[in-house]
Design a binder for this molecule. Structure first.
Ligand SMILES: Nc1ncnc2c1ncn2[C@@H]1O[C@H](COP(=O)(O)OP(=O)(O)O)[C@@H](O)[C@H]1O
Ligand SMILES: [Mg+2]
Length: 326
C-alpha cells in the first residue's frame, strides 16, 4: 500500500498558527509545545488563548493576569483574550470616546443585539489576534511604522470545535451582513490574514480514539467549506507508546508472553499489562489509519506522556515531537 503524504508544513515561517480541535484533546498542550519550541529558537512568541482561557499561566505556575500580556519565560508570552475586554478596547479605540462605548455597548438593549446578530464578540476576539500580528515595538499597528514587529509568532489556542469554527468564520459572517463600511473593512483584513497561507497556518489536534477521529474528519471538512483557513496538518496527541524497540523483539513476544503466563504471579500480571498496552496501540493505529485515509493531510504523533499534568518541561517535550513541522 502506498499512501501519498503531503509535504510537511513549515509552521514557524508563518506569523500566526491557529490550533483547533475538540475540547480536552490537547490544544493548549500543543499550543504551549509549539510556543516553547519557537521561544527556544529565539522567536518572540505569544500564545493567544481565546475565550478567556488561562491555561498557559497555570502550566507555568503563575497567577493569571487577565487581559494583559504576561511573560512566562524568555521569548515566551501569553495573553488571555476575553471577548468583553477585546470589545471594550476595540470600541473605545474606534469610537474614541469611552462614553459612546458605555452608551452603545453597555446598553442592555443594544449591546446583546449587536453581539448576537453580528457575532461581534467573535469578530473582535479574532481581530485582537490580527492586532498582535500587526503590532510594532513602538506600539503602532500597521504598515506605516518602521519599528520591528513585536511578535515573531502568534499562536492561537482556539476554543473547542463549534466555537472555534464560528470564531474563524466570524470575519466572513460580518462581511456578509455589512457589505461596506469600517466594520466590513476590518472584517476583510482579518479574513485576509486568516486566509493567507503564507502568513497563517492551522493545525487540528485530536486523539487516536473513535469519537475524536470522526469529529476531526467533520471539523476538517467544515473548515474547508465554511472558512478560508487552510489546514496544515493533524496532530494526533496522547498516542500510546510502541511497546517493542525493534521488530525482532516484537517477533519473539508470543514466546516470551507464553513463558510469562506459565510462570504465573507477577510475571503473568506483567504479560497481561503488556498485552493491554499492545491492544491500545493496535486500536490507536487503526484510528490513525482512518485519519490518513479520510484526510489527505500531514499527520504527526505526540506520545502519551507519563505525567497527566504537564508543566513547562512537559511542553518542551511536546515541542520536540512537533519539530518536523517547524
Ligand atoms: N501528550 C500528552 N500526554 C499526557 N497528558 C497530556 C498530553 N496532552 C495533553 N495532556 C493532558 O490532558 C489534559 C487536556 O489537555 P489540554 O491541552 O488542556 O486540552 P485542550 O486545551 O484541548 O482542552 C491536560 O491535563 C493535559 O496536561
Ligand atoms: Mg485548552
Amino acid at each position: 500500500m502506498t499512501v501519498k503524504s503531503p509535504p510537511p508544513p513549515s509552521l514557524f515561517e508563518r506569523r500566526v498558527v491557529v490550533v483547533v480541535g475538540k475540547g480536552g484533546v490537547g490544544k493548549s498542550t500543543v499550543s504551549g509545545g509549539l510556543a516553547s519550541l519557537a521561544a527556544a529558537r529565539g522567536k518572540r512568541t505569544i500564545v493567544a488563548e481565546m475565550n478567556g482561557a488561562e491555561t498557559m499561566c497555570a502550566l507555568f505556575d503563575r497567577e493569571p493576569v487577565g487581559y494583559e500580556v504576561d511573560e512566562l519565560a524568555t521569548n515566551l508570552f501569553t495573553l488571555s483574550i476575553r471577548a468583553e475586554d477585546a470589545i471594550e478596547e476595540y470600541l473605545v479605540r474606534m469610537l474614541r470616546f469611552r462614553i459612546l462605548y458605555e452608551v452603545v455597548f453597555r446598553n442592555r438593549y443594544i449591546g446583546p443585539f449587536m453581539n448576537g446578530v453580528m457575532g461581534l464578540s467573535d469578530l473582535i476576539s479574532v481581530g485582537k489576534v490580527m492586532d498582535l500580528e500587526w503590532e510594532r515595538t513602538d506600539g503602532s499597528h500597521g504598515e506605516e511604522s518602521e519599528a520591528p514587529r513585536t511578535w515573531d509568532l502568534v499562536i492561537v489556542d482556539a476554543p473547542a470545535t463549534g466555537h472555534g469554527l464560528s470564531l474563524l468564520h466570524a470575519p466572513q459572517s460580518m462581511m456578509d451582513v455589512t457589505r461596506v463600511g469600517p466594520l466590513f473593512n476590518n472584517a476583510r483584513s482579518i479574513r485576509d490574514l486568516l486566509a493567507d497561507r503564507e502568513r497563517t497556518a492551522a493545525v487540528i489536534v485530536t486523539l487516536a480514539e473513535e469519537m475524536p477521529v470522526s469529529e476531526t474528519i467533520e471539523l476538517a471538512n467544515r473548515l474547508r467549506e465554511r472558512s478560508d483557513v487552510g489546514i496544515d496538518g493533524i496532530v494526533v496527541n496522547g498516542v500510546p507508546p510502541q511497546l517493542f524497540s525493534s521488530p525482532e523483539v516484537a517477533e519473539r513476544w508470543p514466546e516470551v508472553a507464553e513463558r510469562g503466563r506459565a510462570l504465573g504471579g507477577v510475571a503473568a500480571a506483567a504479560v497481561a499489562d503488556a498485552e493491554r498496552a499492545l491492544r491500545d496501540r493496535v486500536r490507536a493505529d487503526k484510528h490513525i489509519a482512518t485519519l490518513r485515509q479520510e484526510l489527505d493531510l500531514p499527520l504527526i504523533e505526540v506520545p502519551l506522556l507519563a505525567h497527566r499534568d504537564l508543566d513547562a518541561a512537559g511542553l518542551a517535550v511536546v515541542g520536540k515531537h512537533l519539530e518536523p513541522w517547524t
